[in-house]
Design a protein around this ligand. Structure first.
Ligand code: GAL
Length: 914
């Protein structure tokens, strides 16, 4: 539904002669709303971005105790308290229920649309909650509160908790209440319309107040939700919205972020309108010649009388940017339907699209899309218009080969990613996410697993547009906990709503090929009881979407246990490499489930710190990190030789071998594409993970080229490690490893050949383990089929002398959202990277832009992401610059450091062309 804005905005803008920005779509909608108001007639549906104009306050009013909880919470004595999961926190009930009001009975009804059995839906209590919440009152004066623009993650602004047991959650304080307030100017003309608040995601336990009344809420911080504001709003007046969030401590195994960290919208409709996420599009028959496109449109009648309505459906091709291109390729008018007052009806239809432009993953296919536009009329008058992008493609899960898209076998070359965007935290930003996907694409990745929760919907739009295959995942825990205050507390009350909400929101994305209902859940261990929970979730997934299989990622379940029996696809984490390497788990699952596809939903969990090479280098293929073997307990850095992994994981090389030895497997999702905040295995003293192929700042580690050598076999490339600046290692053994898409390579040290090597079967790197270091240069020449294929030279660097700066893009949109990622390199006098430089560098920005964050990719750095100055990490650092809304012009970014020649980058910010 969020995509309605794309073409609606364009169409309207064209009529009114307005030029709209092309890339950062959310910014369009206020323009639409404004333009419509100017034309004097509200459009039948308005979708108004509410990201501006908020006031923020951390914490509840001073002096009082917490005004309320969503529900009682268990008392946490220690994070690893060893208690069995207590989904019903009785001990907490005894302690807290008497003293703290609980809002659960008023919040539960917000999920009613996602509860299938009407008997299980929740009635709002007749009385208002007995809660004293001064910050929710309409008359409260918030003028002293800090103005903020959404998406906003308040926790990323904090200082790192450098001591204490906080590594798992990223050493940033994410817990505690926080309030956001905003005025809503609702014109009198809105009387009689429905007005909804659409929240992309709020971390977490949101309660939404309007003019001092509790309107509803949503506990799970990763789902999108809608609150009907209509009963509480006064058209013709300025209304007051207040949202309280209440992240629990110990609620996650990683950094969850905090705040209104995704877009928030106001949606206004007529009483008869397309329901929330109310259009489902499927493509039941697809050939080259023709595709049948089928749809169901849910029509809600929230008026007081029965309504007779017609729905016209048009299908359009979309261009690469998601804009409607040309005339409708099919049109259908359904017979008029009558929907009783307060009821919902469904209008179904189908049409044939001749010579369909199929959606499929590059490089062999194109991610081409269509849009379905449903127009609802009552008495000939348009009362709603709703646009749904979709794709025409077939996806088949073939147990002998894996995933087949439009008849072509596509090995999954995927990555897991958490939702944080590094130094930007959890606050979603389209450009930051797009950059991540571009970096993954250049490595050859074609698939993403949304570990372990529903992503921002715009990330799925990007996956659709760029052609990634997606495994969309809803939960990290079911009834059994992983951390004391995680989702298990509300699983009994909310699993149905959260799972149905995710699937209804996401099911029209062509990128999604597979639903995952869980990750490594404790129910793997609970035999039939656990499998029963899995069966219920898989059944829900099938009810919501009959076109895609459902799975749950398993690290513990064996082939003869109950859980694998209830999922459609066998998703294994580390089994087959790492956990239970012997005997091979893939063959055992293959024998037990010959009709199910097997994929590696988490592979590797290899660990490294970019540019940190440690010696001696063991002659192994894969090893756990131990003191002196790949890991330095003093610095908390992991060696970048890319041979080391978590205890339950394996190096990339070993994971490759395991897939190649079991060719029926569908492929892998590597743990992880990017480093993420929290879970810094093996050094919980640090702030961020070591598992990324790319570091937290977005700089590729050496491993990036190992994946590229396998995933882009046609790209002539060779990569050599380590760097060659070792004044302290002259005369010492310094192994040289090479990743290439060729099949052979020769290494030269200062011109002298160290021998030519060929890749052995199931070997993915070439290694010269006995090279003696001497300053100068190393050159590697790679061959393929006997011919030179690629070469690389690395030289010994001199002392740091200068800074070089480069932006990922220099032409930016002046919309207050677009970003430039400026990479700064510390170089010697000849411009060569100083690979061990840790010089301090300061960023300054002039013109209509601002520095929003800096980073260097060092998992142990406790310098604030907000700091304009920081140390380089092994020669590199990053500054992130954001444009100012409505202020075009030249932005000058300078990087300077003591004794180093300054670097300057010029950016151009202007309204983006359509
Ligand atoms: C897996 C888990 C992931 C992450 C990973 C660390 O077991 O599913 O969420 O914790 O290990 O390598």
């Amino acid at each position: 539904m969020q995509d309605t804005r794309h073409t609606a905005a364009r169409r309207l803008a064209a009529t009114l002669g307005i030029t709209l920005a092309a890339t950062l779509l959310p910014a369009f909608t206020p323009i639409i709303a404004h333009a419509q108001a100017a034309a004097g007639q509200p459009a039948p549906r308005q979708h108004i971005l509410l990201d501006d104009g908020w006031r923020f306050h951390p914490g509840d009013p001073a002096g009082g105790s917490a005004p309320y909880l969503y529900d009682v919470r268990p008392v946490v004595t220690a994070s690893a308290d060893g208690k069995v999961a207590d989904a019903i926190p009785e001990e907490a009930a005894r302690v807290a229920r008497a003293t703290t009001p609980v809002l659960k009975p008023w919040i539960l009804p917000s999920g009613n649309a996602f509860i299938r059995d009407p008997a299980h839906r929740h009635a709002r209590p007749a009385a208002e909650p007995a809660v004293d919440a001064p910050f929710a009152r309409a008359a409260f004066d918030d003028s002293g509160w800090r103005p903020v623009t959404l998406p906003h993650d308040w926790a990323i602004e904090g200082s790192f908790l450098t001591t204490g047991p906080y590594g798992g959650m990223g050493r940033l304080k994410t817990w505690g209440p926080a309030w956001y307030r905003r005025k809503l100017d609702i014109p009198l003309a809105d009387r009689g319309r429905k007005i909804f608040l659409d929240v992309g995601g709020a971390m977490s336990y949101a309660s939404v107040w309007v003019n001092g009344h509790l309107a509803g809420g949503w506990p799970y911080g990763y789902n999108s939700f809608r609150i009907d504001l209509t009963p509480w709003l006064q058209p013709g007046a300025v209304n007051q919205l207040a949202i309280r969030l209440d992240n629990p401590p110990e609620s996650a195994r990683w950094y969850p972020g905090a705040g209104l960290y995704r877009d928030v919208w106001l949606t206004k409709t007529a009483p008869v309108h397309v329901g929330q996420w109310g259009v489902t599009v499927t493509t039941p028959e697809v050939t080259k010649e023709a595709a049948r496109v089928a749809w169901q449109v849910a029509l809600d009648n929230e008026g007081t009388a029965a309504a007779r309505a017609t729905v016209t459906t048009e299908l359009y091709a979309l261009d690469e940017r998601g804009h409607i291109a040309g005339k409708a390729v099919a049109t259908a008018v359904a017979p008029a339907t009558t929907v009783a007052a307060g009821a919902s009806g469904t209008v179904s239809g189908s049409a044939t699209v001749a010579h369909p432009r199929l959606w499929g993953p590059p490089p062999t296919q194109k991610p081409q899309r269509y849009a379905l536009v449903a127009t609802v009329r009552q008495d000939g008058r348009v009362v709603d218009r709703y646009e749904t992008p979709f794709g025409i493609r077939t996806v088949r899960f073939d147990p002998d080969r894996g995933v087949v898209v439009n008849g072509e076998h596509i090995p999954l070359r995927g990555v897991n990613n958490h939702h944080d965007l590094g130094a930007l935290g959890a606050a979603f930003n389209v450009r930051a996410a797009e950059r991540q996907l571009e970096i993954m694409r250049a490595m050859g990745a074609n698939a993403l697993r949304m570990s372990h929760n529903p992503p921002d919907p715009q990330l799925l739009d990007l996956a659709d547009r760029m052609g990634f295959l997606v495994m969309d995942e809803v939960f990290d825990s079911w009834r059994r906990k992983k951390t004391p205050l995680d989702f298990h507390l509300i699983f009994p009350d909310w699993h149905e709503q959260d799972l149905r909400a995710m699937i209804r929101r996401d099911r029209n994305h062509p990128s999604i090929i597979l639903w995952s209902v869980g990750n490594e859940v404790g129910e793997q261990y609970t035999g039939e009881d656990g499998a029963a929970v899995g069966r219920e979730l898989v059944t829900i997934a099938h009810e919501e979407d009959a076109t895609r299989p459902a799975t749950s990622a398993m690290n513990y379940a064996k082939a003869d246990m109950p859980l694998p029996g209830v999922v459609d696809v066998i998703s294994l984490n580390y089994q087959g490499t790492g956990i239970r390497t012997l005997p091979g788990q893939f063959p055992m699952f293959r024998a037990a489930f010959p009709h199910k596809v097997i994929l590696h939903s988490e592979s590797a969990s290899a660990l490294s710190s970019r540019g940190e090479y440690q010696f001696p280098v063991p002659g192994v293929l894969s090893a756990s990190v131990r003191p002196g073997i790949g890991g330095d307990p003093a610095t908390h850095q992991v060696s970048a030789y890319e041979l080391f992994a978590s205890d339950f994981g394996a190096s990339a090389d070993r994971a490759f071998a395991s897939l190649d030895q079991n060719p029926y497997t569908a492929g892998e999702f590597v743990w992880t594409g990017f480093d993420y905040l929290g879970e810094p295995t093996p050094y919980y003293e640090a702030r961020s993970s070591y598992s990324g192929i790319v570091d937290l700042a977005g700089f590729p580690k050496d491993r990036y080229y190992l994946y590229q050598s396998r995933w882009r076999p046609d790209l002539p490339m060779v990569h050599v490690l380590p760097h060659w600046t070792w004044p302290d290692r002259v005369g010492q053994v310094t192994p040289v490893h090479v990743f290439t898409s060729g099949d052979e390579a020769e290494l030269f040290v200062n011109g002298k050949s160290q021998g030519r090597q060929k890749k052995a079967p199931y070997a993915y790197r070439l290694r010269w383990d006995y090279v003696t270091y001497a300053p100068g240069e190393i050159t590697v020449v790679a061959y393929k089929d006997g011919k030179e294929w690629a070469r690389e030279t690395v030289k010994t660097a001199g002392a740091p002398a200068a800074l070089q700066a480069q932006a990922d893009r220099t032409a930016l949109a002046s919309d207050g959202r677009d970003l430039a990622f400026v990479t700064v390199r510390v170089v010697d006098k000849d411009g060569g990277l100083a690979p061990r430089a840790h010089d301090r560098v300061r960023f300054t920005v002039e013109g209509p832009g601002e520095l929003v964050a800096t980073d260097n990719g060092d998992p142990t750095s406790f310098e604030s992401f907000q700091s304009p100055e920081r140390a380089a990490f092994n020669g590199l650092l990053l500054g992130i610059v954001r444009t100012k809304a409505g202020a075009g012009g030249t932005i000058t970014v300078r990087a300077s450091g003591a004794g180093l020649k300054e670097a300057v980058v010029t950016l151009h910010s202007r309204p983006a062309a359509d």
